[in-house]
Design a protein. Structure first.
Length: 508
């Protein structure tokens, strides 16, 4: 291949020399009165096609010398006249041609160098890059029009890969990039990738020059890869004949994120169970109370039946009370089971008022046992929030239990806990204020994992509460009260959903 090129160059050089000599002979020996020497520009052009800068300069110098030589041979000794003018015109033409050829050569060199740089980046890049020809689809799609499913599928089927680097081959589970070039990616599409293609086509039709998308491809081995795509059109668009696609493999990151989310969910669950463990006595009381009531009603019923003239109405009354109380007990058990169950986070409409009531049902006995006076305000008529009912209840339970525990050293007659709620159109604010020991040092330190001042504490409660609230788009902060104790403030966004969800009714 290299030899062929060298041979071509040599032949081209010889032909140029022959043409130059022929022009000289014509110029020096023929009686033609035209500016024959202008033809040396052809020789310069011939040489410029295959040879470097030096040879172009040498050829134009030789052309000028031959032109001058021919003038001396045929017009030497004559006074200056039109032949001398013709020579001058020819010399200028040769010089201008040489200059233009050299400029063109420099531009071509620049382009080759920049193409080589592009090739190096393209091949050596650690991320997958491929160049696709979408011109077939481009010619049928109308700018400004939303493409339908058939049009998008046609784009996928006609988009041929002009080039792809090694990283692209690895991404699709191939060993050789040649397996991609000249074909389409249809075999690697997942439903997600098809949807992504639709969005990319729409964006290109809108005229977006750069498009970022996250999607999933199938590999040759049948596994899937999650990728972030960047699609670009070269300046001018070029009829979509060179759509450049870069793909960053996110599979590992997504897997790690999923694992992290799972560990967080497990930790949240463990923390909830720990809190429930602390409330065991309260919970037992909540269940025992209706059971004791059921026993009382059952005994009364028996007594009414044992009479000589059994009073059917009274017995029915007792049975009715038993049913109602049993339902209440069942409700308590359901609620506790909901709290204990490990379930994926839900997004549902939650009304905070009934949820606070349900939480206080579990804590009331604990607070009473410690002589804590409870003050509630603003719980009625709250707008709904959107999130996981069990997780929000977990936050309430933690904050209320912490407040109760912070008041262990407070004189019994001063133990008071207030829970105030207020809201505007966008936010619900819930403040839990106690008269306990308060916070020594920076309140933010309390939210660090494993920070605890309790002998049996785990120190995970507040850290988990904050991450739950943040996942719900809210904030949780702590501060000392001017008159002693601490206040924990939760801010949650009000949901924009319409209040039709049956979950709101279940919120308590
Ligand atoms: P734990 O209850 O297991 O210690 P938390 O994360 O719930 O874990 O609480 C961390 C620490 O924050 C507690 O040990 C306590 O020192 C402090 N703290 C929490 N709530 C209050 C409060 N209401 N007043 C003062 N200190 C508090």
């Amino acid at each position: 291949m290299l030899e062929g090129r060298a041979l071509r160059r040599r032949l081209n050089g010889a032909a140029a020399l022959a043409v130059a000599l022929a022009i000289f002979a014509l110029d020096a020996l023929s009686p033609l009165q035209g500016a024959v020497a202008v033809l040396y520009t052809l020789v310069v052009l011939m040489v410029a096609r295959n040879h470097d800068r030096q040879l172009v300069l040498a050829t134009s110098g030789l052309g000028a010398l031959l032109a001058a030589g021919a003038y001396v041979v045929s017009h030497g000794g004559e006074p200056f006249g039109s032949p001398a003018m013709r020579l001058a015109v020819s010399l200028v033409a040769i010089a201008v041609t040489a200059w233009l050829c050299l400029r063109n050569q420099a531009a071509v060199q620049d382009r080759l160098r920049s193409e080589a740089r592009y090739r190096t980046i393209f091949s050596a890049a650690g991320i997958a890059i491929w160049e696709t020809d979408w011109s077939a689809a481009h010619s049928v799609l109308r700018r400004g029009q939303e493409p339908d499913a058939a049009a998008i599928s046609r784009v996928g089927q006609t988009a041929v890969l002009r080039d792809a680097n090694d990283a692209a081959a690895r991404l699709f589970g191939l060993t050789d990039r040649a397996a991609l070039i000249g074909g389409t990616l249809v075999a690697y599409y997942t439903p997600a990738a098809e949807a992504t293609l639709g969005r990319i086509v729409s964006a290109l039709l809108r005229g977006d020059p750069v498009i970022d998308e996250e999607t999933r491809f199938r590999t040759a081995a049948g596994t899937t890869v999650d990728v972030v795509l960047r699609v670009t059109l070269p300046p001018g668009g070029d009829g979509w004949s060179r759509v450049l696609v870069m793909a960053l493999d996110m599979t590992e990151r997504n897997r790690a994120q999923a694992k992290l989310a799972q560990s967080q969910a497990e930790l949240t669950h463990v923390s909830r169970i720990t809190t429930l463990g602390q409330l065991a006595a309260s919970i037992a009381h909540e269940v025992n109370q209706p059971l004791a009531a059921i026993l009382t009603f059952a005994n009364s019923g028996k007594r009414w039946l044992a009479r000589e003239a059994p009073d059917a109405a009274e017995v029915a009354d007792c049975l009715g009370n038993i049913a109602t109380t049993a339902t209440r007990a069942a409700d308590v058990i359901t609620r506790i089971r909901d709290l204990a169950r490990r379930a994926d986070p839900k997004r549902e409409r939650v009304i905070l008022g009934p949820l606070v009531d349900a939480t206080l049902d579990l804590l009331r006995r604990e607070l009473q046992a410690h002589g804590v006076a409870l003050h509630l305000s603003g719980l009625d008529g709250l707008p709904p929030i959107y999130g996981d009912r069990v997780q929000i209840q977990q936050v309430l339970m933690n904050l209320l239990l912490n407040a109760d525990q912070a008041m262990i050293a407070t004189p019994a007659d001063q133990r008071s806990l207030s829970l105030e709620v207020w809201h505007d159109a966008e936010t619900i604010v819930l403040a839990i204020r106690d008269r306990g020991v308060g916070i020594a040092g920076n309140p933010e330190a309390l939210f660090a994992p494993f920070f605890t001042t309790k002998v049996t504490g785990l120190g995970m409660g507040l850290s988990i509460c904050r991450s739950i609230i943040e996942q719900h788009g809210g904030t949780l902060v702590a501060a000392n009260n001017a008159d002693g104790g601490a206040t924990f403030t939760v801010r949650l966004p009000v949901t924009q959903e319409t209040p039709s969800d049956h979950d709101s009714a279940r919120a308590g």
